[in-house]
Unconditional design. Structure first.
Length: 234
């Protein structure tokens, strides 16, 4: 088991949902937690803020300017709109692509030079929508398929240069976080029905899965954890 005490972890999307739950667990483990957010006042106690808007590439790059050594990166930030291919708003597509794909990929790339020679771990919080396209998948699902491909590509590239850095995904189904409210905007009645029909995952459930990867023994590499509520059909 990898001891996280004294380790430095960088977490995006740190002020709400899965990111906030993970920061709380990491602080409890004795880690030094750097939280990337647009709302530093919403960060949990003992999380060091890094203020950035992940839709802006220059602000993503600025996260890593002057950053010291880190032992792990967890990309929790994400945007989810129900925006269909046939009639969705391209502005929604662009925002999802910028945050879910471009910012995540750039964080992965720029973090690499900040890991110690002994390595570390990168975990990308993806989605079950990166493994199958649900009926309401719209443009959100393609962004999560991209996250899975980026994770696999990065893992292969790191192995090709004998880097000890490991890369993993966690792919949850419905998680009851503010992101879900964003996804169901304009369909609040449908969200109410969905909540009544199933006990969804909690943000802390997913955070524990991320923690499992971060705390795994150094010789254990986890590629992806697929998880859903027992009540969720697909």
């Amino acid at each position: 088991m990898t001891d996280l005490r004294g380790k430095t972890l960088l977490v995006t999307g740190a002020s709400s949902g899965i990111g906030q739950a993970l920061c709380d667990l990491l602080v409890d483990r004795g880690a030094n937690v750097l939280g990337v957010t647009r709302r530093p006042s919403a960060l949990s106690e003992n999380v060091s803020p890094i203020v950035a808007d992940l839709t802006q590439r220059e602000q993503v790059s600025a996260i890593f300017q002057g950053l010291g050594k880190i032992d792990g990166l967890v990309n929790c930030a994400g945007v989810a709109y129900l925006s269909r291919i046939i009639d969705g708003n391209p502005a929604d597509w662009e925002e999802m692509w910028r945050v879910n794909v471009m910012a995540l990929t750039l964080c992965c790339q720029l973090s690499l030079k900040h890991f110690p020679v002994s390595g570390g771990r990168i975990v990308n919080v993806s989605s079950m929508s990166g493994h199958r396209v649900p009926p309401s998948g719209g443009f959100y699902a393609p962004t999560k398929f991209a996250v899975r491909a980026i994770t696999d590509a990065l893992r292969a590239e790191l192995k090709s240069v004998q880097s000890p850095i490991q890369v993993a995904c966690v792919s949850p189904g419905f998680v009851d976080t503010p992101l879900l409210d964003q996804y169901f905007r304009g369909r609040e009645e449908s969200l109410t029905q969905t909540r009544a029909a199933m006990k969804m995952l909690d943000a802390r459930d997913v955070a524990w899965a991320v923690l499992t990867i971060l705390e795994a023994p150094e010789h254990v590499e986890i590629g992806d954890i697929l998880m859903r509520s027992a009540d969720q059909r697909m």
